[in-house]
Write a protein that binds this ligand. Structure first.
Ligand SMILES: [Cu+2]
Length: 230
């Protein structure tokens, strides 16, 4: 029953702790827009028919209606205030209150590649044993991951649809983002900001591993892993 409703499922699977909150905000805005679109379209067609030229009927010039103008100012204002109230906590959770990460990864975005850096066995960044990985990156499931991101040339944007994470990366600034993946798997990471002729090929993969797989991957690649004592 209601199989056809599946066609309305617009969004990819949810694979982060905040994905459901983002989708809730999306659907509220989507259905309000949907309703207003059909209301306006219906009124437009109805008025075109009702007030069309007819023999014996003259066009009337309307000087406006204060009550109507107050209503169509107040209703959208109320809608915007409600949208703010229901989305503010989601926005703050993702973009403002950033947790301390269990895993920290640095990301350099450049034309036309993603370069990831992990601390080596000394557990520190900017030392000789940093580990560089291009294109793919690896994180453990159910852990908070902090991405510290820099751009070297133009504006890029990291987009991980299943996490509902999208963040512009600007040259000359370090910007942080965070996520906690809730599903293991291999997920596409495209660049979401038109950044030059190779933009469409600027694509990598996020690999979310189980705790054991991540330990093994870290050990194999010389990546610091506080939980295993390395
Ligand atoms: Cu790019």
């Amino acid at each position: 029953m209601f199989k056809w409703l599946d066609m309305l499922a617009l969004l990819p699977e949810q694979a982060s702790t905040y994905a459901a909150d983002v989708d809730r905000v999306f659907y509220v805005i989507y259905y309000i827009t949907f309703f207003v679109f059909f209301l306006v379209t219906f009124l437009l067609v109805w008025f075109v028919i009702k007030y069309r030229a007819k023999p014996g009927q003259r066009a009337i010039y309307s000087h406006g209606n204060n009550t109507l103008e107050i209503v169509w100012t107040a209703v959208p204002s109320a809608v915007f205030i409600i949208l703010f109230l229901i989305s503010a906590s989601t926005w703050a959770n993702i973009k403002i209150f950033k947790p301390k990460g269990d895993v920290e990864v640095r990301l350099i975005a450049k034309q036309f590649a993603w370069e990831y850096y992990y601390p080596g066995p000394d557990g520190k960044f900017d030392s000789d044993d940093d580990v560089q990985i291009d294109g793919d990156f690896y994180v453990p499931v159910n852990k908070k991951v902090v991405l510290r991101m820099q751009g070297t040339d133009v504006i890029h944007s990291i987009f991980i649809p299943v996490l509902r994470l999208k963040q512009d990366i600007l040259p000359g600034r370090e910007i942080t983002a965070w996520f906690e993946a809730t599903k293991t798997g291999r997920f596409e990471v495209p660049c979401a900001e038109l950044c030059g002729p190779g933009h469409s090929g600027m694509k990598g993969w996020l690999n979310v591993l189980s705790e054991e797989e991540y330990q093994a991957w870290a050990a194999e690649n010389g990546v610091s892993n506080p939980e295993s004592g390395n």
